[in-house]
Design a binder for this molecule. Structure first.
Ligand SMILES: [Zn+2]
Length: 291
């Protein structure tokens, strides 16, 4: 028996997905070959993302209810680049909070120690506690730890200077989670990207970088504005996209050959896949990728 990271009760823990399983299922289904490559270790193929022993069955079930609503009412439309239904229910902020808390728990679970000051570490732990109470229905909102949702799909094409050459593929298909912080520690937030949509969960926002369009904890409406995140978030996206070009460059020759073979074997499936579509968009916008 262990202690559940959410409800703190003693229980047998499930092997929990840090990023919901349906996101990886979609990536595999639409990637044209049945394998994924793990961002940080591109030489290893993975099937469905990181899993850790974190939560009890009851808490997992709680998370899956929010996941189901999000998948059916938002994700399905976003992966088809469709306009989203603006109205959402209480599940939306809870789904966002569940991603944020998983991003925080995953770091502690893996023992990743970032160069945070003690002050910031304490604030992360305060945020974790507020998110936990909110997710367990002990409070009606997570206090100042507001959750934000972004869908770049409102924007038809990106035409900003200096975009990395894999921009479309990164924006529409990358899956990642992290804790972001500025060097002066005035800003810190969780960042979870599930393909074409992403979430930011505030831990500290000393300079008020994020605007007032955070997710409401009851019913709410998504802002219909064009995608216009704060410049720091924009910069982060661009940096991560460039970084993933470097990671693919780190793919060993043997593995690169294997990837090519996988594509060749299933070429008919591959050329119809969503991944092939975004690679072509990148090629049309940026020209052949330099190795
Ligand atoms: Zn639990």
């Amino acid at each position: 028996m262990s202690v559940c990271w959410l409800c703190a009760e003693e229980a047998k823990l499930c092997e929990s997905h840090v990023i919901p399983r349906f996101v990886f299922a979609w990536l595999i289904e639409t990637g044209g070959t049945p394998y994924l490559r793990h961002g940080a270790t591109p030489n290893r193929r993975v099937q469905d993302g990181d899993k850790h022993f974190l939560y009890c069955k009851k808490c997992e079930d709680r998370f899956s209810r929010f996941e189901k609503s999000f998948k059916e009412r938002v994700f399905q439309f976003a992966i088809s680049s469709e306009k989203l239904t603006p109205r959402y229910g209480p599940w939306m902020s809870r789904f966002a909070a569940s991603l944020s808390i998983r991003a925080i728990h995953s770091k502690s679970y893996r023992g990743v120690s970032d160069a945070y000051s003690e002050g910031l570490r304490n604030q992360i732990s305060d945020a974790e506690q507020s998110l936990r109470e909110f997710l367990l229905d002990k409070t009606k909102h997570p206090g100042r730890y507001r959750q934000y949702f972004y869908y770049p799909g409102y924007f038809n094409s990106f035409d900003a200077p200096d975009l990395p050459s894999n921009w479309n593929t990164y924006i529409k298909r990358s899956v990642e989670r992290d804790i972001l912080f500025t060097e002066d520690e005035s800003f810190c937030a969780t960042f979870v990207k599930t393909g074409p949509v992403f979430f930011v969960g505030v831990i500290r926002d000393g300079k008020g970088i994020l605007k007032k369009d955070f997710l409401r904890c009851g019913d709410g409406e998504l802002s219909g504005h064009p995608f216009n995140p704060p410049s720091m978030i924009w910069h982060h996206l661009s940096l991560r996209a460039s970084k993933s070009i470097d990671l693919m460059g780190a793919l060993s020759e043997k593995q690169a050959k294997k990837s090519e073979e996988e594509v060749r074997k299933r070429f008919d499936d591959f050329k119809k896949s969503d991944l092939a579509g975004t690679l072509i968009e990148d090629l049309e916008q940026f020209g052949p990728r330099k190795r």
